[in-house]
Design a protein around this ligand. Structure first.
Ligand code: NDP
Ligand code: OXD
Length: 315
């Protein structure tokens, strides 16, 4: 008896399909990989969709779809599709290189602010020899909003550098060297000790707009902000007034409400804002494929995929 191959459909206008085809051929040779749009595709054949920002409504058109796996960690765009079938399991991506890349970005940003590189760049521009002596890392409180896959790894690297690291999450965590603050009730205490605040939250109804003037005022004066979560976390209009008032002393921003950030946006030219174009970390097909293959095999065996999304929590 011959069994039909697993049909995996790749849906992404942002990804080159070639590395995905190669990586899936290596790690999931039993699958037939199709790339959307595909005029010859039988919608009933699709077992699993691998997606990044799929067009709303598309996934509902595959009647035998068993699982959708998001090709990024953030699932806000996927969950925005109100037609997503209820009976289809949704999962997100966990990829060792995606995690490592985010840790590099966060460590770079934290060291940049901790070692006062913005002040030294300003001194250089004015040809002033002005040493700035940074405190020891142990005297600098770093607070990470979101202690998931990415937040935990970044926290671990910052602990290794000696920083005084705390993390905020919904459920309690025990992580070596990291003080854990749980839920809204603990947020103010967490903020009060966060000289450098890093946002690695998912964008959900609970976290939208969390980075706002009220929150900045609860940080130590002159704190700095690194946002690599989502643009929707930040109330953009609150940033420059907080910098002008000295409430914040700098911001490194990777994600924005409108991407690409419009050329006329005031963030581009502000001396205390570093803009990066949503590159804090990227999915790498070759490193993501082994776990995706395990996950797809689980689905085909009737089990839930790895890294399931909780639709109610929104991540
Ligand atoms: P995870 O789902 O692993 O972790 C999310 C963390 O946020 C968890 O610790 C969770 O708490 C916490 N959290 C969620 N909601 C709340 C809340 N209401 N209050 C307190 N804590 C909350 O996600 P990842 O770490 O994999 O990714 C995080 C985000 O990073 C993504 O959603 C995406 O938006 C962003 N990202 C950005 C990239 C970039 O290049 N800029 C690249 C990749 C991701 P708990 O542990 O208790 O569930
Ligand atoms: C992600 C991203 O969520 O790239 O993975 O932003």
């Amino acid at each position: 008896m011959t069994t039909a191959p697993t049909t995996v459909l790749l849906v992404s206008a942002h990804d080159d399909p070639a590395p995905w085809r190669r990586a899936l051929a290596n790690h999931l040779p039993e699958a037939e990989v199709r790339v959307w749009p595909d005029d010859d595709l039988d919608p009933g054949a699709v077992d699993v969709a691998l997606v990044w920002k799929p067009p709303p409504g598309l996934l509902a058109s595959f009647p035998n779809l068993k699982a959708v796996i998001n090709l990024g960690a953030g699932v806000d765009a996927l969950l925005g599709d109100e037609t997503l079938p209820e009976n289809v399991a949704l999962a997100r991506l966990v990829d060792p290189l995606l995690t490592a890349g985010m840790t590099e970005y966060v460590v770079h940003g934290v060291l940049h602010f901790h070692r006062a590189f913005p002040a030294m760049a300003a001194a250089q521009a004015a040809r002033r020899w002005e040493p700035v002596i940074a405190p020891h890392t142990a005297a600098t409180g770093v607070g990470i909003l979101g202690l998931g896959e990415l937040g935990q790894n970044a926290a671990h690297a910052l602990v290794a550098l000696g920083f005084d690291v705390a993390g905020w999450s919904r459920r309690p965590k025990t992580l070596p060297g990291v003080k854990n603050f749980v839920g809204r009730a603990a947020l103010d205490d967490f903020l009060a000790r966060s000289r450098i605040l890093v946002c690695l939250l998912p964008l959900t109804a609970d976290t939208e707009g969390i980075l706002n003037a009220g929150l900045f005022a609860k940080l130590p004066p002159g704190a700095t902000l690194i946002n690599a979560g989502r643009g929707g976390h930040l109330v953009e209009e609150d940033v420059i007034p907080a910098l002008d008032a000295g409430v914040l002393d700098g911001a490194m921003l990777d994600v924005f409400r409108h991407e690409p950030l419009p050329t006329e946006h005031p963030f581009w030219g502000h001396p205390k804002i570093i803009v990066t174009p949503h590159i804090a970390s990227l999915t790498v097909a070759k490193s993501a494929a082994p776990r995706l293959a395990d996950s797809i095999r689980r689905v085909m065996a009737g089990k839930p995929p790895l890294d399931l999304i909780d639709r109610n929590a929104g991540y």
